[in-house]
Structure formats: C-alpha cells, structure tokens
Design a protein around this ligand. Structure first.
Ligand code: BGC
Length: 274
C-alpha cells in the first residue's frame, strides 16, 4: 500500500509517496524551502505544492516539529509560535484534495523513530531504544519493546543551565563553527544525560547529522551502543506515511481526557486535614 509522507522541517519541506509495507520511497523525494515566516497558510501552501508535484490525491501523513496531541500542535520551539494550539491536521487537510477529513500528523522525531524501528537500525530491537534526531533542534523518540512513548521532547533537557538543543544540535555545531571533535563532546554530554535518566539499550542517531556519522560516531564516549539511523533523512517521510497508514488501533494514542484539577486540599495551619 502507498501513502504519501511529508516531513515539515525548519529549513525544508520534503515529501514522497511511500510503500509502507517495504518502508521505501516509490519516487525520489521532492523538497521545497520552508517559507518564512513559517505560518500556517504559507506552510500549508508549500505542503500542497510538494504533494501536487506527484499528482497525489490519496492519504497523507505529516511529520511536524512540535508536540502533537489530537492533531494539534502544543509547542513551538523551532517554528512560528502561532502554531501553538493550531489544529495542524485540519489546517493541512484543508488544502489537500485527498484529505478532506484532515491528515495524520505526528511529531517529526516520533515519525523518524517509528520508521527506524520498523525498517532501520531499530528493527527487532527490544528493551529501551532512544532515537535522537540532530538537526535544527534535537528531537527524541523513546520506545519500550518497540512501543512508542510519544512526544518525549528530551532535546529540551536542561544541561549545564542550557536547553540541550541550543548547545548540541546540528544547527549549534554550524552556528558555533565547531570542529567534529568539539561537537562530539557536546553530544557526548547530552547522551550521557539520557543514559543517566533512561538507561537505554540502544541509541539511534538521526536527523541531518546522520549522513555524516563517520565524522563523529567514534568520538562519542557513551556506555550504550550508538548507531546511525539507516533511513537517514528519509526516516521522517517514511514514518509520517506509516503513521497515516496505520489503523487507529495501531497508532500511538495521542489523546486522553485531561485530568481534572482537584481543588487544593484545605489543611488548618500545622494541623491535620479535617
Ligand atoms: C521540538 C521537537 C522536535 C525537534 C526536532 C524540537 O525543538 O521541540 O518537537 O521533534 O525539535 O525537530
């Protein structure tokens, strides 16, 4: 079965039809630069152009660089803040002929992780697997025995007083003009923090940096096995398509009723609850 996957990033919007049984693109991907400011109308138009490039009118899955709950964005670390609270699924669906009911939207790192677990470096790996994508930001996808824990956002761990992605992303390497050795030290510190918190069995490095893994993988000083993503920069496209193609039951559950806040317990000063 074929489903269209589109990966919306800080610098580019890439898409292609995907054979979701094989995990492969059925045509070379097409990429357009992300419009600036990256606001809903402009992004939707560009997504529609990428999809129309293939004359595609079937189902579409989209990978988006934010926390996604029930199709809506909840954060905006590297995208325009106007997206927070926007129904991404409906916004993109409104410009796509084959998706009047909305597209399936998933966090970009979760999409990449789902693809790597199904067809790449995480295939048949049990235990705790963490996929980290190094690009404009740092994205994470955490799996236990192949099951995704969605929206983990561990790229924003605070390390040494900084939001980790501002120090160790691929964009930070370029911004600070770091040698591979220096950047590998920052990535090591970041991965050590993940190790101390989650004790993973495997770490998969993805995102833009995964294409140059020979430059830094051997320099990382970590106890966990670390490998480069096999689908490299296509993982987001493949994962978005997989997500859209999965049955409702197979998709990670992204919606739950919010817990009702209880009124604060009333306690007399220094005394027991009445
Ligand atoms: C965002 C994540 C995203 C990651 C990679 C982070 O800044 O908070 O949602 O997965 O960048 O794009």
């Amino acid at each position: 079965m074929q489903v269209f996957g589109v990966d919306i990033g800080g610098t580019g919007i890439k898409g292609a039809p995907v054979d979701i049984d094989e995990g492969t693109l059925t045509a070379p991907r097409f990429r357009l630069p992300t419009p600036q400011p990256a606001q809903p109308a402009a992004i939707s138009k560009t997504v529609a152009e990428v999809v129309a490039h293939f004359g595609w009118t079937g189902p579409v899955g989209a990978a988006f660089p934010a926390v996604i709950k029930g199709g809506a964005a909840r954060t905006a670390a590297n995208i325009d803040p106007v997206w927070v609270g926007t129904d991404v699924a409906a916004t993109l669906g409104s410009v796509l002929p084959g998706s009047p009911g909305g597209v399936a939207v998933v966090n970009d790192a979760d999409a990449a992780g789902v693809a790597e677990m199904a067809f790449g470096a995480g295939r048949d790996v049990g235990g705790v697997v963490i996929m980290t994508t190094f690009g404009t930001g740092i994205g994470t996808a955490v799996f236990l025995h192949g099951q995704l824990v969605p929206n983990t956002e561990l790229g924003h761990l605070e390390i040494g007083g900084y939001d980790a992605e501002t120090r160790a992303s691929e964009a930070a390497r370029e911004r600070d003009d770091l040698s591979w050795e220096k950047w590998a030290k920052r990535v090591t510190r970041y991965l050590n923090a993940l190790e101390a918190l989650l004790w993973p069995d495997l770490i998969i490095i993805g995102g833009g940096a995964s294409r140059k893994s020979d430059r830094f993988l051997d320099r990382l000083e970590v106890n966990t096995k670390v490998v480069a993503a096999q689908l490299q920069n296509e993982a987001g496209i493949v994962g978005a398509a997989l997500f859209a193609g999965a049955s409702d039951q197979a998709r990670p559950k992204m919606t739950a009723r919010p817990t009702r806040r209880r009124p604060p317990a009333t306690r007399p000063p220094g005394g027991r609850r009445p």
